[in-house]
Design a protein around this ligand. Structure first.
Ligand SMILES: C[S@@+](CC[C@H](N)C(=O)[O-])C[C@H]1O[C@@H](n2cnc3c(N)ncnc32)[C@H](O)[C@@H]1O
Length: 367
């Protein structure tokens, strides 16, 4: 086993010398590690800490080097973690990392996740596959206890964001959208798929935190048992319309000629109370964590209402105001927020004519 030592958050890790540092990452040796995903693991630690649970059983079902599992066991009090991976080479890294950190609350496991999650259920189940989580969702749901938390990463952001429409339709039975709304819709298609998979088993979901970052989407949901919970969740599904020639967009619970993108999750993305308790103390990149926490805490998340200032500028063919001035002008008229989805994107439920008036007012005020 050839490895190098790195420090991530409060944890020392042995990882393959030849590992990915950016993008979706490639399997370069026999075991995968991507240092860019440190932010994803930071968020994981912050969220689980904020739950303040004294006793939390965790299955990191696709653990690779064990980086996520070992960080959780080491940095989140009260956790009992199973670090599982199907690969025998990964198992060597997992054992070495448990030993390196002297952990007694983390055990290695080397089996297909379907077997692990059929044998035992957990308070928290993590799916972090190469590409789409769809093939593993059923097993993950089965291994999630009542009121358990399901955490899912999808690195197939291109199909979910409309770059490969047919692939998205095959995997998620949903139609993606291209253009300025693509990441919001991609994230919500992933969540919508999880919602529908849960409903098949008479379960519902309540999102804790859902976001887009780098090359992936990630969602954490609490799973609720019962047909009533499933129906309540399904009632939050819907479709969006998006006409790039008029900039009009809207959400509808039923599909029609215009509302053809989806089905997707139309409910909340965040649990604001949980977000208020998340702290970047001890994370590998506290600056990035604080910046994202700040954006998530203020972000409108009720319906898909994301716009880009660039699209207003192309549509009106008028000069672009400073983004800060524009946001102030929007907020004077009604509900508006920045979004973590991008630096020139914003969310508002204001009608289009109000958005354009705010845009013109902000430009005039700045000149
Ligand atoms: C993207 S890597 C996981 C990265 C890891 N969670 C991290 O944060 O560094 C995906 C891992 O899933 C494992 N895997 C693929 N199919 C699996 C299965 N059916 N059961 C368990 N592990 C599996 C692969 O061996 C690989 O190590």
């Amino acid at each position: 086993m050839n490895g190098v030592r790195v420090k991530e958050g409060g944890t020392e890790l042995i990882v393959p010398e030849d590992h990915s540092v950016k993008g979706p990452g490639k399997i370069r040796g026999s075991v995968f590690f991507n240092s860019q995903m440190a932010f994803n693991r930071d968020v994981n630690v912050m969220l689980l800490r904020a739950l303040n649970r004294e006793d939390l059983s965790v299955a990191d079902a696709m653990s690779a080097t064990g980086a996520r599992a070992v960080r959780i066991a080491n940095e989140v009090p009260g956790t009992h973690v199973t670090a599982n991976d199907i690969s025998i080479d990964a198992a060597e890294f997992i054992k070495a990392n448990i030993e390196l950190n002297g952990l007694t609350n983390c055990i290695p496991s080397n089996k297909p996740l379907g077997s692990l999650l059929a044998e035992k259920s957990f308070d928290y189940v993590d799916l972090d596959p190469f590409g789409s989580p769809v093939p593993f969702l059923h097993a993950a749901i089965a291994g999630c206890k009542r009121k358990g938390i399901l955490a899912v990463t999808a690195t197939d952001a291109a199909p979910l964001s409309g770059a490969h429409r047919a692939k998205c339709e095959r995997r998620y039975s949903a139609r993606p959208v291209r253009g300025h709304m693509c990441h919001e819709v991609g994230l919500r298609i992933l969540m919508g798929h999880i919602c529908r998979e849960l409903a098949r088993l008479d379960r519902g979901m309540v999102p804790l935190l859902s976001f887009s970052a780098d090359h992936y989407f990630r969602t954490y949901v609490t799973v609720e048992n019962g047909a009533g919970a499933a129906d309540r969740s399904l009632s939050q599904m819907g479709y969006v319309s998006y006409d790039t020639s008029t900039m009009e967009r809207s959400f509808s619970s039923e599909p029609d000629r215009d509302h053809k993108y989806g089905p997707l999750w139309g409910g909340r993305l965040f649990d604001r109370e949980l977000l208020s308790r998340m702290s970047s103390d001890g994370m590998s990149d506290p600056g990035r964590c604080d910046s994202m926490l700040g954006l998530w805490r203020q972000e409108i998340d009720s319906v898909p209402v994301v716009y880009s200032i660039d699209e207003i500028s192309s549509f009106t063919k008028r000069p672009t105001p400073r983004f800060g001035d524009f946001m102030e002008s929007l907020r004077r008229r009604g509900d508006a927020s920045r979004t973590h989805l991008g630096p020139v994107l914003f969310k508002t439920s204001l009608p289009l004519d109000e958005i354009i008036s705010a845009y013109d007012e902000a430009y005039s005020a700045g000149h």
